[in-house]
Design a protein. Sequence first.
Length: 490
Amino acid sequence: MSDKNKYEEIEVEKHKKTKEAKVIHALIVFAILIVCMAISIIKYDVGVHSAMFIGVIIAAAVALYLGYEWVFIEKSMKDGIYNALPSIMILMIVGILVGVWVVGGVVPSMIYYGLKILSPSIFLLAALLVTSITALATGTSWGSMGTMGLALMGIGIGLGIPAPMCAGPIISGAYFGDKMSPLSDTTNLAPAMAGTDVMTHIKFMMLPTGIAYGISCIVYLIIGFSFAGSNADMSAVDEMSSALCEVFNISPFLLLPPIIVIVAIACKVPAIPGIIIGILAGAIIGPVCQGADCNFGMLLDAGYNGFTCESGNAAIDDLLTTGGITNMLYSVSLTMIAMMFGGIMEHTGMLEVLVKKIMKLAKTPALMVLATEITCVLSNATMPEQYISIVVPGRMYAKSYEEMDLDPRTLSNALESSGTVTSALVPWNTCGVFILATLGVHTGDYFIYAVFNWLMPIVTVALAFAGITLYHKNGYRLTKKQKKLHSQGE
């Protein structure tokens, strides 16, 4: 008998042969996972892959205890990975795009023109904009903070601006870019967990993210007025600009590929074709602008291995040594292991029993969004890794959103509006630890100044209660009947 037939037979008989999962079973699995994550990150400072795999082992052991056959558990893991395949494909294609865009000068040009908007009179706002552009161009908050952010910290302190105040807009801009960039792994991971595509996800996030970002701009502009007229040492920025010009031919024409991708998003082009269009645009325009420094062989190599920058400027070299399929393997492998875990928890009913407890309180779509946001924050605090705060809540609530007749983009927006941005606000989260080590500012000091990071979840929940970003599966917004039920709490 084939594995498929065995699985189908077990599926029919499982309710007769297995024990019903209880909350205690799910809590045991999550408790062990949290402990392993904490030991891995806090004590040994290593990646979470092995800790996540221990969670898979424990989940499988509990499933066996509940009476599930191994073939069913294995099929559950395969189903979990299958659900993430669109995200995995996109992550690898994005790796190719980043490599091509860097070697072709697209990303360097975006950074170069971003540096040009720096002005001492509006430093805080300029810092927000520069790190936003950098993160949008590279898809990484850590890379943006560790390079451009570090240089901006020096400039801001030279202006007489307190370090925590300097760190706020840098962190906000880095996480805005990470959240909205199609090159970001979290931006691809959130829709994969929810069951939608990355382009739909980004377009849906524009309204709530735009509101939070706009408010942040106003706040930084107002705070910055007190520092107007100060003179800053812009030598670090000048050095970075010069280093970019020495390695690449900077041209405004190289801004066309990202513009083309933005247009593709607006025109509802599917994710993979939209990204491929961006790759082709970069592969055509890049060699035209870079000449012999960007031939077909270099494009092929950068697509797989990424690009190694050797400008002599440490910040630029760290930022632009990136891209390629190989640089995406960390995210791809973690996604696969996490989905193995999620598949077991979902198919054995252990996720369902937890969600049912929560659903007794979250009876409306808006309360469902609020519950999702809270779960993401708790995940960032208890399983202190940004990816896990998207994967675990995503699999927990996907079915509940479907039962409420909500489009998956509602869930993906909630996941990233909390899971991605609040990771920087938890001192023991990998993101909080990285920021302390890189920018030299503790979470408790920069918390209030990281306006975008703490404001984003608030805006998302507020818009959900207003019914603005609650989307029906078969339409753009909730029907009038659903809005009425939503307002009545039914």
